[in-house]
Write a protein that binds this ligand. Structure first.
Ligand SMILES: NC(=O)c1ccc[n+]([C@@H]2O[C@H](COP(=O)([O-])OP(=O)(O)OC[C@H]3O[C@@H](n4cnc5c(N)ncnc54)[C@H](O)[C@@H]3O)[C@@H](O)[C@H]2O)c1
Length: 253
């Protein structure tokens, strides 16, 4: 258990599934009081209940991260339950696979609203507590596709490249307040999102095929991202900020 994480209030968005779920479990295991925030209220409640059954402290919170009012409402519930926010891991996101010429403005706007504007909402609504405390840890989840580019994903890649830029700029602004801000761009993690894309034939091969092409010869696990998050939110990571912290089995170097 990390003493710095003990009893700290951590909001994990997108925490009902995949990477966010693994992060929520890990931070709870490290002693944080975790808010499992997700669009899917039932799944968030199930995840929080499982964390509690495993001996952790967790509560569920429903919000659409693209809707500032709903984020503010959810955060208010978390504060009333656990107190001021100290840690934010923002994993909520949606995929986008479309040929560039077919992307409607509506589709473009939705991907950007969830992935980029959602990051803005969730960070902005959290920082006041952290500034007040003179301590905070923010980890955004971007994507290795924003480092390498990816065909048929221009809306998604643009939104995630925006997350990297937001993270770097925010780190510089919040450094003097004792708050670190880093981003993890995951590369090929075996989650429900990845399996949905595989089922729809959008990956250009199976998960196993891609794993065989990955330098470490496996797909990433949500727990791989959770382990990196556990470090980035720890006390000893206080000199790590503004970084793009790749976790990708060597697929991007
Ligand atoms: N899986 C990968 O290989 C991979 C690679 C790069 C980046 N990522 C990013 O990692 C993050 C997590 O992905 P995952 O693979 O765990 O996906 P996932 O689909 O398994 O989980 C995403 C979660 O976010 C929630 N969510 C979606 N829209 C939301 C909204 N508007 N408000 C609140 N919650 C919302 C979903 O309900 C779901 O529980 C995403 O931002 C994704 O873009 C994943």
């Amino acid at each position: 258990m990390d003493p710095a994480t003990q009893h700290k209030v951590a909001v994990v968005t997108g925490a009902a599934s995949g990477i966010g779920l693994a992060v929520a479990r890990r931070l709870a295991r490290d002693g944080a009081h975790v808010a499992v925030l997700d669009l899917n209220a039932d799944a968030a409640e199930t995840a929080a209940a499982k964390i509690r059954a495993d001996g952790g402290t967790a509560t569920a919170a429903q919000a659409d991260v693209s809707d500032r009012e709903s984020v503010d409402r959810a955060y208010a519930e978390v504060r009333a339950r656990f107190g001021p926010l100290a840690i934010l891991v923002h994993s909520a996101g949606i995929e986008g696979f479309d040929r560039f010429s077919t992307i409607t403005t509506e589709r473009w706007n939705r991907v950007v609203a969830v992935n980029l504007t959602g990051t803005f909402h969730c960070c902005q609504a959290a920082v006041e507590d952290m500034i007040e405390a003179g301590w905070g840890r923010i980890v955004t989840i971007s994507s290795s596709s924003a480092q390498s580019g990816q065909p048929f994903m221009t809306h998604y890649v643009a939104s995630k490249a925006g997350v990297i830029g937001l993270t770097k700029a925010l780190a510089l602004e919040l450094g003097p307040s004792g708050i670190t801000v880093n981003t993890i761009p995951p590369g090929f993690i075996d989650t429900p999102m990845t399996r949905r894309s595989e089922e729809r034939g959008l990956l250009g091969g199976s998960v196993d095929h891609h794993a065989s092409l990955t330098p470490v010869r496996r797909a990433g696990l949500p727990e791989d991202i959770a382990a990196a998050c556990a470090f980035l939110v720890s006390e000893e990571a206080g000199y790590v900020t503004g970084q793009v912290f790749g976790v990708n089995g060597g697929r991007n170097t």
